[in-house]
Design a protein around this ligand. Sequence first.
Ligand code: F6P
Length: 558
Amino acid sequence: MPEPRFCTLQWRAMPATTPKTTASLTRSPAWRALTAHRRAWNTLHLRDLFATDPGRFARFSLEAGGLFLDYSKNLIVDETRALLVQLARERGLPDHVAALLAGKRVNSTERRAAWHSALRAGNAAPREVKHSLAAMRRFSDELRTGRVSGAGGRTITDVVSLGIGGSALGPALVANACAPDAAAPRVHFVTTPGEPLTRQLAALDPAATLLIVQSKSFSTMETMRNAEAARAWLKACGIDDCTPHLAAVTAGTDTATAFGVAADRVFPLWDWVGGRYSVWSAVGLPAMIAMGAAAFDEFLAGAAAMDAHFAEAPPERNMPMLMALLGIWHGNGFGAASRAVISYEPALKLLPPYLQQLEMESLGKRVTRKGKPLRTGSSAIVWGGLGVDAQHAYMQALHQGTQLVPVDFIAACSPRHGDHDTHALTLANCFAQSALLMRGVTADEALQASLAANVAATDAKRLAPHQTLPGNRPSNTLLLPALTPRSLGALLALYEHRTFAQAALWDINAFDQYGVEHGKRLAGALLPGLSGIRKAASADASTDGLIQHSIAHNRRPQ
Ligand code: F6P
C-alpha cells in the first residue's frame, strides 16, 4: 500500500493554485481523522476482520427502497464508518439533500433547481409534471393499442427514438430491462448519425414508423442530423406529410414545432431537469411505450421510495450516503482511480454506460461550486459490464492486477425467466467473485490446492506465487428482490443520490457540464474543412495533419 496520506491531490493533472476557502474538505476535522485512520489499513485485512467478527455482515448491510446492500466487504471498520458519517455531518450533507429534494437552486452555476425527484413525486408532483405524465400515458396507450397510424393509415408498429446522452441512455436502459420481449410497438434507439441510422431505418416500414426526436436543447448536432435524415427518409419513401410520423421530447418546444412536429406531439421538458437525470420525465416516453404506463408508474414509485429514504435516513443508515462516502474513502483514501459496476442480471447490460454519464458528467469536475481548484481527486472512471462475461475477460486484473478497483456487484434474488437452476449458478458466481476479492488466496492455500489436485510438489511451489490473490479488494453487493420496474427505479435513484452526495461532500456542482461544450464548438469549426465546403480552419499541426490525411484518403466522390 502507498505511504499513508489522505490523497488530497490524487488526480489533479495540473499544479494546484492556492485554495483559499476555509471550508476546504481537506481541512475538515473528520477528513484529518480519516487521514490518520488510513494508516490502520496498511495492516488490516478483511479476511481477518471477517474471521474475528461474526457480526460484521449484519452491521455493514442494510435495506432501503426494496434493495439490499451488503457493504461489509469494503475497507472499513466501525471507526471508519463513524468518521465517514462525521464527515457527512461536517459537510452538511443532510442539508444539501433537503435542498435538492425541495427543488432549491442546487445547480449553482446555471442557478437552477435539479428537481428530478419531483418527476416521481406522484400526487405531490407539480401540476405540469402530472399533466405531462397524463399526456405520455394517453399517447403510449394509443400506440400500444394500435390506435396511432401513419399518413397512409397504417398502424404504427415501430417507434424510433432519436436522442443521445441523457436523452437516450436512460430510456434505452429501462426499455431493455423492463419491456416484454414481444413489446408492441417495437421501440428502437439510435444515438449515432450515419450508418447506425441507415441500418435501423432499412429494417423498417416507413408507413408504420414513428420517429421521436428526444433532445432537451433540440439542438444537439448528432440528434438533429438523425432527425433530418430520418425525415428525409420518410419523404424519400413517398410520405409527404410527415406529421403523423413525428413526435418530440424537448425543452425547445417552439423549435420542435418549427421542425414539423404537431403541438400535441411535443412532450415538454423543463430546465430544472438535467439531461442525465431526465429518464423519469417525457424522456422516458419510449420506455413507457415499450413497457406500458402501469409499469412506468411502478418505475417512478420505486424511485420515490429511494427519495424518501435519502431524505429521512440518518447518514449511518442512508444507503446513497454510505455508498458515496465509501466511494470517497476508496478513491481519495486509497487512490482507486476507477470503479467497476458488474451486473449478474443480464437485462441490466445497459447500466454501465448509463452510470458513466450520470457519474462522470456529474462528478468529472476540478473546481468547487465557488470555482476554486479542488484539493482532492473527484470522479472515478466508471466502467463495467455483465458479470458472467467479465469473469472471462477482465476479472483477472481485478483479482491479481496492481490497480485497486472497487466493484459494485448487482444481482437479483429471483430470476425473471423462471430458470432457477441457471440463476443459482449465476448467483454462485457473483458471490464467489466478491468473496475472493475480499479474502484473496494465500500462497499456502494455492500450494495446498495444487497438491490436493495432485500437481507435483515442485510445480505446485513454482506456480503458487502466480496463483495467489492478495484480497482486501473492496466491493458492494446490491441485491434486488427481482428485476422489476419498481426495483430498477429504486436502483437508478440510488445511483443518482450517491452521485449528488459525493458532489456535496466534494463541494462541486453535479448538474452542469461545461466541459463538453468546447468540443462541440471546435467540431463545428473543423467540419466545413473536412466536408470540403471550404479550406479547413487551422487548429494545430496535429489536427491539421489529421484533417489533410483523412481528406487525402477519403474516397468521397469529387
Ligand atoms: O453533450 C452533453 C449533453 O449535453 C448531455 O448532458 C445531454 O444529456 C446530451 O448532451 C444530449 O443533450 P440534448 O438532450 O439537449 O440533446
